[in-house]
Design a protein around this ligand. Structure first.
Ligand SMILES: *[C@@H]1O[C@H](CO)[C@@H](O)[C@H](O)[C@H]1NC(C)=O
Ligand SMILES: *[C@@H]1O[C@H](CO)[C@@H](O)[C@H](O)[C@H]1NC(C)=O
Ligand SMILES: *[C@@H]1O[C@H](CO)[C@@H](O)[C@H](O)[C@H]1NC(C)=O
Length: 246
């Protein structure tokens, strides 16, 4: 009887907590199995932000196809794609379907997307629907923060974010067309100390949500300012592979 109970416990454990953080050996094995990884951020020509990118009213597969065909011809093999919780929450099935369309188009041109969940940005509390026009000459003027500043500072809203992360990572967890998941882009870029204290609570949880559905892809969180700040250390400690900006 004992071995059977033991086995059941292992299975239960696996279900409940997902996989472990990669060891350095696993991280190197993944890195060494990649081509030279080269690419940039990608926002389609028609979109001022992630909502205009992914909402049903504006999502435009033809433009994405044209953009990525040119991109692939330049020899690029990854794009960083900013997603947004609001686009998922108002229409989970549609959002995942459009994400799958994007991933399929990218695959045609030899491009594996890095998919990003959370990021600080210009619009602190974005709302779905029509988005603002870009401000000429201002980089990323209309990009949207996710989670919104209000939700970041209100942990009672985080279960909605947990559903989003688990469903999206779970849907593509075994999909080799996806390069990696960036759980939180430059998390402390421009946030004040109150926001950072909530960020430091939520960031490790967001990693756990993603890891709980056993993705084959690595998880990372691109470091912005410092590897010694509280946020920087949390990012490094929770990442399968370390990535950084600046
Ligand atoms: C991924 O593949 C593993 C092993 O083949 C399987 O157990 C698991 O259910 C798959 N996960 C998803 C989300 O499809
Ligand atoms: C930090 O930013 C949030 C969101 O914009 C704001 O509500 C809060 O008052 C700010 N706190 C401080 C200490 O500036
Ligand atoms: C990160 O991990 C190191 C080594 O295990 C540990 O000493 C440190 O306290 C951790 N830092 C944070 C912010 O979790």
């Amino acid at each position: 009887m004992l071995p059977i109970i033991f086995l059941l416990l292992i299975l239960f454990n696996y279900e409940a907590f997902g996989r472990d953080i990669w060891t350095p050996d696993q991280a190197w094995a993944w890195f060494n199995s990649q081509k030279y990884i080269m690419g940039s951020e990608y926002m389609p020509a028609y979109a001022v932000n992630q909502l205009e990118f992914f909402q049903a009213e504006t999502f435009d597969a033809d433009t994405i196809d044209n953009d990525l065909e040119a991109y692939g011809k330049l020899g690029m093999n990854t794009i960083r794609v900013f997603m947004i919780d609001v686009a998922y929450t108002i229409d989970p099935t549609g959002f995942k379907s459009r994400l799958n369309t994007l991933i399929s188009i990218a695959a045609k041109y030899g491009i594996k997307p890095t998919l990003l969940f959370f990021t600080p940005s210009a619009i602190a509390n974005p709302v779905p629907g029509k988005q603002p026009l870009p401000i000429p000459g201002v980089e990323s003027s209309g990009w949207a923060q996710t989670p919104s500043a209000n939700n970041l500072m209100n942990p009672s809203t985080w279960p909605t974010l947990e559903t989003y992360v688990k469903d999206v990572v779970g849907t593509f967890a075994n999909d080799s067309r996806v390069l990696m998941w960036d759980i939180w882009n430059e998390p402390d870029n421009g946030l004040n100390s109150t926001e950072v204290s909530f960020l430091d609570q939520m960031l490790p949880q967001a990693f756990e949500w993603a890891r709980s559905v056993n993705p084959i892809q690595p998880l990372t969180s691109s470091i912005w300012n410092s590897i010694t700040s509280s946020t920087g250390r949390l990012q490094i400690n929770n990442s399968d592979i370390v990535s950084f900006h600046k």
